[in-house]
Design a protein around this ligand. Structure first.
Ligand code: FPP
Length: 265
């Protein structure tokens, strides 16, 4: 485990020790996906505007990304902007776009230094030209990196993803390339925008809401859920470690019995 930083803070020996222990104690999830919620309430509780909460949320993004890379997580997917978020007041939507562009400008160099590859899922074409350009540049500049895949879900929703996959399959049927009876789990998975990404092992949701909010609906069939009352701007690596510890205690049975798993059948 290299001691690198996205932040300007050097990793403490204590933090390094916790990460080493976590890796010894059980499996580190290969893919963690996060519903980053509570920015607005965090800002309101401080008498501030919602955008203040989103800005503070960027610090959590940085800390969690860094901790995931250090731990050897392969994919970190962040629900940064849902399809439904387009319905928010225009000043908030514009503010979020500007924040995204600013964050990409200030963080891309660090992503490269730390071998982190940026990916996106969602309808990027709905974003303003300038935003698309920044995203494409950051994706291209980090495309050779191998340590962690940081996937931003932008203008993404699970139902949109399933619909676009079904449309592609319907066209293939119409063109006689596949038979309707060929459609199965693998075929649908292969047409989703996450086709090259393994399903999430662990889904974290902040701010205490017990819902999925149209996130990776197909992909989370067997994901483990971790829900915390903490608002996203307060969610830092120590709570990520809590979530991973909770994950490590789970028995993932995928519909089988505990006995079958123990006998490896
Ligand atoms: C949900 O909180 C959060 C969002 C819709 C946006 C998340 C964006 C960021 C953390 C900043 C930008 C991200 C990147 C990757 C640079 P909410 O506004 O729904 O909070 P509320 O439920 O308390 O109103």
């Amino acid at each position: 485990m290299d001691n690198f930083t996205l932040t300007n803070k050097k990793q403490t020996d204590d933090d390094r020790g916790i990460q080493v222990d976590l890796s010894k104690d059980g499996l580190i999830p290969r893919h963690i996906a996060v519903i980053m919620d509570g920015n607005g309430r965090w800002a309101k509780s401080r008498g501030n505007i919602r955008l203040f909460g989103h800005k503070a949320g960027v610090d959590s993004v940085r800390d969690i990304t860094e901790a995931c890379a250090q731990l050897g997580v392969e994919y970190l997917t962040l629900y940064a902007f849902s399809t439904e978020n387009w319905g928010r007041p225009m000043d908030e939507v514009t503010g979020l776009m500007q924040l995204l562009v600013q964050s990409l400008r200030s963080e891309t160099k660090k992503l490269n230094e730390n071998d982190i590859k940026l990916l996106t899922i969602g309808q990027l074409e709905r974003f303003p030209e300038s935003c698309q350009r920044e995203l494409k540049e950051a994706i291209s500049l980090t495309s050779g990196n191998k340590r962690l895949n940081l996937c931003l879900a932008l203008s993404y929703s699970g139902r949109w993803d399933i619909i676009q996959a079904v449309k592609k399959l319907a066209h293939q049927v119409k063109e006689g390339k596949i038979d309707p009876d060929d459609i199965n789990d693998e075929l649908i998975t292969s047409e989703l925008v996450t086709a090259d990404i393994p399903d999430p092992d662990l889904i974290i949701r902040t701010s205490g809401e017990f819902r999925i909010s149209n996130f990776l609906l197909w992909q989370l069939a067997y994901s483990e859920l971790y829900i915390t009352n903490t608002y996203w701007p307060d969610f830092r690596r120590n709570e990520l470690y809590e979530a991973i510890r909770s994950y490590q205690k789970r028995e993932r049975r995928y519909g089988k019995t505990s006995d079958q798993l123990q006998r490896n059948v």
